[in-house]
Design a protein around this ligand. Structure first.
Ligand code: ASP
Length: 315
């Protein structure tokens, strides 16, 4: 029997203690705890890792604090276009969606894609049509609205800039108290099966149907029982060029690195060289875990059956 482990993140970036209020910090910690507990409850009942990561993500998508589902960032056109992916390390089955609108829980739609579409990755209107066909819950535009992300978008919508929640210099002042991000989860169940899931609104003011790393299998999300389950967060473009999540898996498979060594190499060496600010969470099939970041902070939490648990924000 493997050690049960669930690890989650809620985004990474220039998250500094001196910019945080006690109320906001408490709200983040509570949001993270809600996500990790939802995932752990599934594992504890003997549930599969794939269901645990989905449960954790749904809770965070429903929480306006995070840039996923409700509270997603605004695109250049002033709407929310969301990306999500899920992967089962036991079977290598995967499902992903990009640029979907009005879907309450994009991770549910990614799961439907994995199980029922005969495809892996659906985008835009086609993905939305599939959501309707599968009866995935939709919500009106207002449901996704958050005032702070609207203000964040207003400050750069007339420029060509696009921004990760926390790293854009011009946004620094505005976003001091408002640093939220993409959500991700990885888990290991009793059987030693592992899974990964990631969900995001992407980056503020993104345009031309921009898709980040999060929904791309092998980049922002990857799971394989032989090696690891990984979910990334940060500036998507460098993560794509680094083939981040699969590179961790390759370092483990072909070079015999441990989970920690492989993640550390990718986050603190390969991504740094590409200016890839952010971090990632990972587990292996023994239930070992790691949470590694090269940015000032990453909202993160884990819980495992050996009694380990941590909820953290800063580096
Ligand atoms: N990686 C996401 C993207 O580039 C953003 C994030 O992690 O907050 O779309």
């Amino acid at each position: 029997m493997s050690k049960l482990t669930i690890v989650i993140h809620g985004g990474a970036g220039t998250i500094l203690r001196e910019h945080m209020t006690p109320e906001l910090e408490a709200a983040y910690l509570e949001g993270l705890k809600g996500g990790v507990d939802a995932g752990y409850a599934v594992l504890e009942k003997g549930g599969a890792a794939i269901n645990a990561v989905k449960a954790a993500i749904v809770v965070m998508e429903d929480n306006i604090l995070f840039n996923a589902g409700k509270g997603s960032v605004f695109t250049k056109k002033g709407v929310q276009e969301m990306d999500a992916a899920i992967m089962n390390g036991a079977t290598l089955e995967a499902g992903a969606v990009a640029g979907v609108r009005n879907v309450r829980n994009p991770i549910m739609l990614a799961t439907e894609v994995m199980l029922y579409s005969n495809h892996v990755f659906l985008s835009g209107k086609g993905a939305n049509d599939f959501a309707i066909k599968q009866g995935v819950k939709l919500e009106p535009d207002e449901y996704f609205f958050s005032q702070f992300r609207y203000d964040q978008w207003k400050s750069i919508r007339d420029s060509d800039a696009y921004a990760l929640d926390h790293t854009h210099q011009r946004l620094e002042e505005l976003m001091r108290d408002k640093k939220f991000g993409t959500v991700g989860a990885v888990a290991c169940d009793y059987e030693g099966n592992i899974a990964a899931a990631t969900s995001t609104g992407g980056m503020t003011n993104k345009k031309y149907g921009r898709i980040g790393d999060s929904p791309i299998i092998g980049i922002g999300t990857y799971a394989n029982n032989k090696t690891c389950a990984i979910s990334c967060t940060g500036h998507g473009e460098p993560f794509i060029r680094a083939v981040a999540a699969y590179d961790v898996s390759c370092l483990m498979e072909y070079k015999g690195f441990t989970l920690y060594e492989a993640m550390n190499t990718v986050v603190n060496n390969k991504l740094v060289k590409l200016d890839g600010e952010g971090g990632m969470i990972g587990v292996d099939a023994q239930g070992n875990h790691a949470m590694i970041l090269n940015s000032a902070g990453m909202y993160r939490a884990y819980r495992s059956s050996d009694g380990g648990n941590e909820v953290a924000i800063y580096k």
